[in-house]
Ligand binder design. Sequence first.
Ligand code: ADP
Ligand code: GLC
Length: 502
Amino acid sequence: MDLTKLIKTQRGGTLEAPLNILFASSEVAPFSKTGGLGDVAGALPSALAQRGHNVQVITPLYRHIDPAELSLSLRLRTLDVPRKARSQSKVEVRLWEGRMASGVRIFFVDAPQFFDRDGVYGYDSDQFEDNAARFAFFSRAVVEFARHSSVPVDVVHCNDWHTGLAPIYAKHYYGDDLGDTRFVFTIHNLAYQGVFDAKTFAATGLPKGDYFKEDGLLHDGSLNFLKGGILYSDAVTTVSQTYADEIQTEAGGCGLHDVLASRAGAVSGILNGADYGVWSPDVDDSIDVRYDVDTLNGKRQNKAALQHGFGLPVRPTMPLLGFVGRLTEQKGLDLLIPALRTKLDAITNEREGFQVVFLGEGEQRYVDALEKLQADYPKRVGVRVGYEEGLAHKLQAGSDILLVPSIFEPCGLTQIYALRYGTLPLVHATGGLADTVIEGSGGDATGFVFQDYEQEQLEDALARATSTYRKYRQWRPLMVNAMRQDFSWGESARAYEELYKA
Ligand code: ADP
Ligand code: GLC
């Protein structure tokens, strides 16, 4: 071990020196969030700080983030962000500084031309046309921030395609200043690669000769930001072990499996955690009644409130299924909606069957299909279209079973949250879902799992889940077991720490 890396602790023992980590993400909950990336960026930096590291977070200042309301302070020094070579076409941006609940410092890049508009990636379902320029700029700002940091940054932790160019800017322009800085790149979802027409290449500001080619930033003729992150980072991670394996196969590689395979030695999977300070029924202030494993009656009250809130008959013993998520193909709705319809069609008695509630926003075809299901079964189906953070918590607390039949799922957080709320997840055995939910008759079971992405298998799993629910002596131990699972961030933070050090 390098002795210069040892410092004295107060008690006179020794500890490895803390790392200086810059965590870069296009979403950071609670400031901005469209999905799980926001949750991760809102929690992992704090877990790393708890392990003694110096962590800073950097993210764009979107229009909805109000510096006055959040009491952010304006940094005296602005940041010059070149859009081309080392100092060409500089844009001067302001930086706002705030603190996360844990005390970790967070910096917001105030570049109105890119971020002062309604929406994070787009408005309604239309992506902004200049997303390549917006996130090339953000990536460049991350690198400039790291360069001007008063303490040398050991690790820049980049997330998803929005920050995919950062390692390239650092290596291409600042090999000297940032020579000791390592780049870790986490893929939260390989299906989103930041693919743009090759004509957009100029937006990166990078020299064509080096990167405008298939063994550079082009992939199948298009500009591909994620590929940049994969090729030019020191380490590449994704958010579960199973997904790390899946993306290196042709079937799961979304066209990039060869690129990933070329970096196989640098690719690893680290499972996300849950922030139990936010997602736990004993502390959750969005739910109607708080509860824990000893006060499960509280869950019944949340269920009644949820049924009422969705305009469904309040029935304590009727299994209540819940779905919360982006309404996209990934989330398995093409299987789920017909499976539920088949099951609902088959109900002959008012006391049989189940109720189901949906919270989501996304593609219109799914909105239409869900609204049609609700219209056909108004006493059985509740649908809320939109993004409502509080309702997502209420749905976790009030449902008996959480439906996550995704085609693929890099990690998935909703099933991890569900476990803590004693809401048993019903999942497709893929990615992080396979790594976090266990079905079986042994004492370790926590939910229901179907192996192949087929409607019949999903229907069978629905039958197993709803019939088990009706046998409380079997159900209760499953709930208790689920609630006792520990997916807190500590373990994942330790794994990232090991990776950073390596
Ligand atoms: P993904 O990142 O693929 O969207 P995850 O399961 O990792 O899936 O994370 C989804 C996160 O977004 C969870 O915190 C979930 O509660 C939240 N979420 C998704 N859709 C909605 C919605 N319509 N309203 C509120 N929260 C939502
Ligand atoms: C992505 C994935 C999801 C994962 C989240 C956070 O959006 O779709 O599975 O949990 O990122 O890593």
